[in-house]
Each structure stands twice: as structure tokens, then as C-alpha cells.
Design a protein around this ligand. Sequence first.
Ligand code: FEO
Length: 409
Amino acid sequence: MIHSDQICKNVYFVGVNDRETRLFENLWPLDKGVSYNSYLIVDEKVALFDTVKNTKMDSFLNKIEGILGDRNVDYLIINHMEPDHSGAIKDIRQRYPDVEIVGNAKTFQFIQNFYGDLSPYYEVKDGDSLSLGKHTLNFYMTPMVHWPETMMTYESRQGILFSGDAFGGFGSLDGGIFDDEVNLEFYMDEIRRYYSNIVGKFGPMVQRAIKKLKDAEIPLHVIASTHGPVWRKNPACILDHYDRWSRAETEEGVVIVYGSMYGNTQKMADLMARRLSERGIKNIRIYDASKTHVSYIISDIWRFRGVLLGSCAYNTGLFPAMQTVTHKIENSQLKDRLLGIFGTASWSGGGVSSLESFAKTIKWNLVESPVEALSSPKEEDFIKCIAIANSMADLLLAERKSDSCNTCI
Ligand code: FEO
């Protein structure tokens, strides 16, 4: 009988789900959980690809032992050292004392720093290969996707890329493991939220990694990341999405984010959204920055071309929840968006002027002069809001393209 977690003959998925952790990296909400994916190739030699968070050791070992029985693991391939994947290395060393840990020079530095000496090590460099018997592994160094030691391992017999975090996403694997077993619409939002918040800052390095894979001319039949679905039916889909996201390519639409204490800045947001809709813009997302976690907001800003940021004044400055949003955008180094700014001055001002300073730093294209109402927006302020929405719509409609983003879902 074929093992249902089998990617192909003698290659197994041995990942685990985490639905208990509330915040990934103690930062990012895991409302839909997350999977820590690990894989096993059983050949003359046995290779395990990455481990899992240490809280999941029991079910992880049960899966491995269920496949291997009394056999040992010969190689533990470490594509990425962040503790959601390296957390069980020590336990694997204890369970399989003879296992050789395969990684690059940086990997071993990180192991030393996190866990102490876990040698013996088997060091690989870019382009090196390692035979398991019928299966051969090829190693590609892909640094800074999104840590310095990140690498990918390619199994050439079946064309499987063990890609580390690249091509992964949030969302536990609730029964389905493979892209053809799940509803991808459910996962794509969580994959983009993962990309934009965890990996997005390193877009140029993602581009370099994708180029390296293309230049190598290796057939990618399966993409097996350390999070989210395993792509065996349509690996080109996730490759294409990561390619476009890492080039900051956008879809037509506007994200409106505001910080509003008494509802006055919110009124301006609603008015602009209505005007955008009247002008034919269909993708409009409004977020109250106090209510929605910044990771969801960033994910949509990554997706859409237009951004309208609004803030009331708070203690002579930017509303704190908006500060979180602008800080995250700056930190992501996201480029090339159409921007509009609005808000209310209360008794001091400072919210809108802070957003104007942000606009200068981020160097996005300001579509119209900002509007700042006094304590509440009046007719003349609403007219300026309409002008911002119109300018945004004009630019978006001029850019309107016939091609759709959804190439595979
Ligand atoms: Fe999934 Fe970078 O850890």
C-alpha cells in the first residue's frame, strides 16, 4: 500500500501541524495555524530534511519511526536554521547518535551558537552533491532567503526541491498535504501574509535564488517547502507568485488604512472608498489599524498598487497603531506604490505631517496633496478627499491591464 504522506516512492512527508502557538516568532498571529514540514528519503542511505519546532518532537519522531522502524537516519539536511525548523536537531542527534548533519559553514556556526557542538558535520558548498544510493542530492546556496545560511536541496531523480522557507506560508495542513488536495484560495492569502511579513524584505535575494534555479535548468516537479502545502501538481504556480511578489508586482486595488479615535478620520476613509468604487475600482480594502493586526494589512499592501493612509493626531504625533503600520512598511523596504494621505488634526496636528514625512522616506508616488481636517472633516475637506480618490482612480485606470494575476487559482 502506498503511504498517503508519500511524495513519490521512498520520499515521505513527515511534517507536523501547530495549532497551539498564538504568535509565530512571537509576532505574527497564527489564526489558521502553521505546519512545520520535514521530509524523509529512504534509500541505501536515509536522509531527513530539516526538523520541526521542539514542542512537536513526539509526533515528529513517531512519524519518522513509523516509516523507518529500526533503521537509522544517516544524514540530517539543514536547509534553514531558524528554530521552528532546527528546534529538534538535538533530539534527532540523541535518537540517532550516528546521524551526520549536512549544511554549509554558516549552518554550523548557527548550530554552535544555538545548541552547542552537535558534530559530526558534513559541509557542503554551492553545487556540491551527495549520493544516497538511487537518489542524488544537489545543494544550492540561497543566502538571505531570509537568513544568511539558507540553502535549498534538490533531489534529481524525482525533481524535488526542498526549498526551506521559500515558497512556504502560514496555515496548518488540515488533512490535505499536497496542492492538488487543498483549496488553494484558502492558502494563498496565508502564503502571501507569510511572504510579505517574513521574507518580503529580502526580495532581491529571492530573485537571486529564483534565477539560480532557472540557470541550473533543473526540472522542478515538486516544491517541498518547510511550511504549507507541498506543490506537486503545479509547482510553477508558487514559483510564479514568489517571483511576482519579490519583484513587488501589484494588482489593481487600493488598501485604505486609518487610525481614528472618534470616527472622524474613518469618515474620510469611507468617503474615498465610495468614490474609488464609483470610479470602477473593485478591490478596495479598508482597515482600522487599531483592530486588524499589521501582518494582514501588510499582506494586502503587498498585493495592491494603491495605498491611502490616514491618521488622527495623537499627542502631537502619529496615531500609535499607524506608527506600527508605517514602521513595518519602511522595514519591509516595499517599493513603488501610489499613495494618498489624509487625517484629522485634533487640537495639535502631527498625524498627517508624520505621514508626509513617511512619504518622503519611502519615496512612493503621492497622488495628490494630503488633506488634514481640523477636529472633524467639513465640506472643503471632503472635496479634497474626493480629489485624492479621483487622482488614485485616474492613475489606476490608466495602468489597467488585461492580464489577470490569478495564473493558477
Ligand atoms: Fe520557518 Fe525562517 O523559519
